[in-house]
Design a protein around this ligand. Sequence first.
Ligand code: SF4
Length: 400
Amino acid sequence: MHEEVVPLGGTNDWRKRLISMPIPNSILRNSTLKQALDSLIHKGRIDRTLGVELYFETDINALFSLAHMVKYARFGDQIFFNQNLHVNTTNICVLACRFCAFRKGPRHEDAYELSVEEYLHRIDPFSTDIDEVHSVGGLHPTWNIEHYKNLYSGAKQKFPHIHIKSLTAVEIKHLADRSNLSVCDVLVELRNSGLDSIPGGGAEILVDSVRDRICRGKESTQEYLDIHRSAHHLGIPSNCTMLFGTVESIEDRITHLELLRELQDETNGFQCFVPYPFLPDFTRLPEAQLATSSEILRMIAISRLMLDNIPHIKAYRMNIGNEVTQLALLAGADDIDGTVGHEEIMHSAGSTAPLDSGVQELVKLIHESNQIPIKRNTIYSQFFVENCEKQESNILPVVA
Ligand code: SF4
């Protein structure tokens, strides 16, 4: 039989493909998983009751198989990554979220704040290899929008080919407050200075009672959603995240997924969902839960099943490490983030994920899961097939 080829970058016709795929007996025999599969095939939604049931599903291998089937229906064997660099602008922050090991007070000996020159200097050595800079940081007590406009316009002038993905929702809110501007005006001014997209960080758990315990003072659930909504309305794409394993309940996690799914129905501006577990080292949350590897994979699988309208589910290597990332590629994830180069936030909290992985290491990691590495740009509009055997940059550019 001739198998239909999935276009590079994936297909939106994934429900149709799902119908024609062979279904393992472990799923057919399992009423919860069968119900989830039927919902997805018939354009139904996995509701919160079923979402919670999936969370407590005991046959985790069958759960992972179902999530992988759904990922396969969209993307076939393709796994995405990019060539990027993380540059954290400052670790000085006016807040003190209890899970955060990154922030410092302004007088702390390890506090830093990058000038425009230092920011450009950080990017410079990587600039010929990367096409994205990911920049987030603390809420600086004195910086206003002018500093960020200078950072982005300086970067665009010097490295015009580099996409700037920057500022979490709370940083945008902070800049609006500090600059006496609306969120919308901040986004417009920053976009005009070179901001291309925004990352999803800071979502934590979108339930205010949980936020009050782990990150009091941060933007509310509604503010997080409104800031991303404003960005989407302005044509600025964004990602969304979930920090799980602090003090939230399973129901809170499902609420979080439902809220993101609702906003995506409205705007279609989220490109990617990134669920990652709380890392407890050097933080101030002794009552936090600790996510095991199987719980991380379970969360990734459920995200794939519930977020039927967000195309990409990322296994965030910087947080979960390469080994769990490889397993996640068979449990619903289709993206492993990028080369990263430099990372402080997760590493301050105890991550030991390697920071020196180049394209070949990422290609190898993906090949070892028997899938096809596809280098993408930030907004998933260009795709390049990467071949591990060709050690050079023998990249076939293909535009989706
Ligand atoms: S998570 Fe962000 S806002 Fe909260 S303390 Fe850390 S740097 Fe500041």
